[in-house]
Design a protein around this ligand. Structure first.
Ligand code: ZN
Ligand code: ZN
Length: 283
């Protein structure tokens, strides 16, 4: 019996289901995030924030069901980030569905543009990134704002630092500690337009097509990544964990694992987490 897939990538858990063109809905409980709503499953609706990548059905076709399940589970109102281009359409669709349902199916919608940043928690921010797909699409990168001692002060002891602080010295530089990023439905060009993705410790990235059953040219027409795009650039990925998702149903889950093991260089394969069931079929 197929079920929800769950993998670990560093300190993050990624649960859900993702089959390219069919449905994608992922949950990362450590940051209270749901990524896309392509399917509504009872065990896959929890989270404070929903991040929608774009308006294709396999990424938002389960939205009404997800909100309905959250209602029956008496979960708090969802805050949903999404490309500005689709926010009015989603709001109006939910209004119509609420009218039919006679139960509130609305959520707090936050329209975002590439480059926008929002604070989610005291220690967590999100930035929207432009993805390269056939419709307006966003990736999301999560980071923590941190203060680092300026190089000139790095040799000081704790009491000396405290003394300088009391004296009003400006000791710290503001910096960012990258945590995790989610980018689906895009050309691999996204690593050129947002190179910090390559340095994000956990990168959840689409890799829809894996071998000759779909040519790279055809993959590019629908603006998806083919493994052939990734191979020549394998050395650029500095991520601690690269979670590959949105895999096509052309491949059985067992084939996904075998193809990635065979085709990826060992140095990258060791850090790749295929988001596919270990056995059996797709959900
Ligand atoms: Zn898709
Ligand atoms: Zn799409």
């Amino acid at each position: 019996m197929s079920s929800i897939t769950e993998v670990k990538a560093g300190r993050y858990t990624i649960r859900g289901v993702s089959v390219g063109g069919v449905y994608t809905c992922l949950q990362v409980p450590e940051i209270g995030a749901l990524f896309d709503a392509g399917v509504a499953l009872r065990g896959l609706v929890g989270g404070e924030h929903l991040f929608l990548s774009h308006g294709h059905a396999d990424h938002m076709g389960g939205l009404v069901g997800l909100l309905g399940i959250r209602g029956i589970q008496e979960r708090p109102r969802l805050r949903a980030f999404m490309p500005r281009a689709i926010h009015a359409g989603i709001a109006s669709a939910l209004e119509h569905m609420t009218g039919m349902h006679r139960f509130d199916l609305s959520m707090d919608i936050v329209p975002v543009d590439p480059g926008d940043e929002h604070q989610l928690r005291s220690d967590l921010h999100v930035r929207a990134l432009k993805a390269h797909h056939v419709v307006p699409t966003l990736g999301y990168q999560f980071f923590n704002r941190v203060k680092r001692l300026k190089p000139a002060f790095q040799g000081l002891s704790g009491p000396e630092i405290a003394q300088r602080r009391r004296a009003g010295d400006d000791l710290f530089d503001e910096g960012e500690r990258l945590e995790l990023a989610y980018v689906t439905d895009t050309l691999l060009r996204v690593i050129d337009t947002s190179p910090s993705l390559l340095k994000t410790p956990v990168l959840i990235l689409e890799c829809t097509f894996l071998d000759e059953r779909r040519s790279p040219e055809r993959a590019h027409k629908s603006c998806h990544i083919h493994l052939d795009d990734l191979l020549p650039r394998a050395e650029e990925f500095e991520n601690e964990h690269l979670v590959l998702m949105h895999l096509s149903q052309l491949y059985k889950p067992a084939e996904v694992h075998a193809i990635l093991r065979r085709r990826l260089p060992a140095s990258l394969y060791a850090r790749v987490v295929p988001f596919a069931p270990q056995s059996g079929g797709w959900l």
